[in-house]
Write a protein that binds this ligand. Sequence first.
Ligand SMILES: C[S@@+](CC[C@H](N)C(=O)[O-])C[C@H]1O[C@@H](n2cnc3c(N)ncnc32)[C@H](O)[C@@H]1O
Length: 236
Amino acid sequence: MDTEIIGESDWKELQRNLEATIPVYDRINNFATLGQVKRWRSRAENLLPKEGHILEIGCGPGSFAETVKGRRLFCLDPIPEMLRIAETRVNKRRKELGYSMAEFHIGTAEKLPFEDNCFDAVCTLFSFRDWFDKRKGLSEAKRVLKPGGLIIIVDPAKINSFHGFLGLIWMKYWVGSYARLICKQKEHPWKWLTKTYVSFGTTKKYTKMLKEEGFEDVKGKIIFPGMATIWTGKVS
Ligand SMILES: C[S@@+](CC[C@H](N)C(=O)[O-])C[C@H]1O[C@@H](n2cnc3c(N)ncnc32)[C@H](O)[C@@H]1O
């Protein structure tokens, strides 16, 4: 795997493993981030425009989408089972809170099933590193954003290769041991999340990529305690 492209057979295998994480996803994610994931999600939610059409790419089982307040929410994922779980979970919550129902769409970041200029913001949390063609996905996000629209990406932080090495130790031994315990199997699906972590590039790499793909006012901010980055950029 390289830092921009994931080959077809690796991506299909990754998807099979991501699907297998569904029952344990939130629990292990919370453990892996020392509970910080909730804070990162709320930071991303606060960055979203207060109204308008919002697209989450790679919504998974709805862990972030569930926290989005109001607005017109659209969620996309390539795995039907993720969408099924997310729809029930997110729309139950939105109904309780009196928000409009979210829409769920099957598809990939690289070929978004939406018209040009229709979203005020596109966000993607813990999914960008799984995209099989990151540049294509970013150009698609740019296409569907309205002028002035915002992209928000949350994924691992890597300052340099040494920081990446520390992250690998964390993922492989600390999170890996916990995942083995929770999944009750040695060949647990979380191993694939360690693989995508290893092949993910540095924070600076994707800041540069966002600029190269035509986003403006691009920022890549590493957030406490140095495990994640929030990238933002705008469409002119
Ligand atoms: C780890 S889950 C993230 C779930 C959720 N966004 C969160 O905040 O926890 C990653 C999701 O990205 C999706 N994904 C993987 N490759 C994708 C692609 N090329 N385009 C869109 N989504 C993709 C996976 O199917 C998976 O459901």
